[in-house]
Design a protein around this ligand. Structure first.
Ligand SMILES: [Zn+2]
Length: 336
């Protein structure tokens, strides 16, 4: 089931109350999206599919036009999530790391919703949750941009559920900055921020040292500070989880991380499996007269090989985060 922005708040609150985290995978192809939903189905976990600008622009979706990519992404996820196979999987779509001059245009489309070209008036789909890349912004710019987006959503009569971030690659965000940033948005747009992504000591990319600077104790401190400011239970989003060990991932989920972003390690798993496929099948592919040439050369060949290696690893990660067995139970809490 594809979750709208208000249903997504319920899922995030459910994760925080039950102390599990939802795996948020940067998926950059149709095959990757299918594999992630399949993993979620196999272990009955909710899942977040997220896209950065490079995926919206990328070959599988936008082909250089990020808003077209957004439309195509939303259409695919809506169809998949409504299918008999995946309708019991809670699926959120999140915009992750959008930056640069097209930020407002792309995120406005994500918030207002895009009209599906083939379904007429009724077919408006919008992102479940939205964030922007604040890495090049000052605190003031970060607050102003989020408030601008909240204004745009409000003017369109669209509910907006945001993740706000600060310094996710820069060590440990001081609690005073948490209060300053969340407080500033809350003063102008109460009730729109439902995830907070501070620096917790990890970084984007693949860690080789397991992040000795990672601090689980900051999670509860941030949640308490936001609760005091807003009255809401707002969970944390963890960026840069590739290379963080299983014990820390599990501890972070129990402490109040509700969304764990996963990109680099996911890409490594998929690309290595594809490399393995092409190396193993090299002789068959080199001989178009081979009776298995066509089935080997089809995209289905490599995609099925990648899925067989990748899906079990996604399931394992969902289990580490405590998300397994939570999907259907959450959907039953939603009012019909
Ligand atoms: Zn990130």
């Amino acid at each position: 089931m594809f979750l709208d922005p208000l249903q997504s708040r319920s899922l995030l609150a459910n994760a925080l109350a039950n102390r599990y985290a939802i795996l948020a995978i940067n998926a950059d192809s149709h095959a990757a999206v299918t594999d992630c939903l399949e993993a979620a189905r196999q272990c009955d976990a909710p899942v977040i599919i997220e896209t950065s600008l490079w995926q919206l622009d990328g070959h599988a979706y936008g082909g250089g036009d990020a808003i077209f990519g957004l439309t195509r992404y939303l259409a695919e996820l809506a169809v998949l999530a409504a299918s008999e196979r995946y309708r019991d999987v809670p699926v959120m779509f999140h915009t992750d790391h959008i930056k640069g001059p097209r930020t407002v245009a792309i995120l406005s489309a994500a918030l207002r919703g895009v009209r599906m070209p083939l379904t007429g008036e009724a077919g408006v789909l919008r992102a479940s949750t939205v964030s922007l890349d604040a890495s090049t912004l000052t605190d003031e710019e970060n607050v102003a941009l989020l408030c601008q987006l909240a204004d745009i959503a409000k003017a369109a009569g669209a509910p907006a559920t945001f993740e706000m971030e600060s310094e996710v690659d820069a060590g440990h965000t001081p609690i005073e900055r948490t209060k300053k940033l969340i407080g500033a948005v809350e003063a102008r747009h109460p009730g729109v921020v439902w995830m907070w992504a501070p620096g917790l000591g990890t970084q984007h990319g693949l860690a080789s040292d397991g992040y000795p600077e990672f601090r689980v104790d900051l999670i509860g401190e941030n949640i308490a500070a936001i609760k005091a400011l807003t009255g809401r239970d707002v969970g944390l989003a963890l960026h840069g989880s590739s290379g963080l060990d299983e014990a820390n991932l599990a501890a972070a989920s129990r402490a109040g991380v509700v969304k764990v972003n996963w990109s680099s390690e996911s890409l490594l798993l998929r690309s290595r499996a594809a490399m393995d496929y092409y190396q193993t099948k090299r002789d068959t592919l080199a001989d178009p007269k081979h009776n298995a040439w066509k089935s080997t050369a089809m995209d289905n060949g490599v995609q099925s090989h990648v899925a067989a290696h990748y899906v079990p690893r996604v399931v394992a990660r969902m289990k580490i985060l405590g998300g397994a067995g939570r999907g259907l139970a959450f959907l039953k809490t939603l009012s019909p």
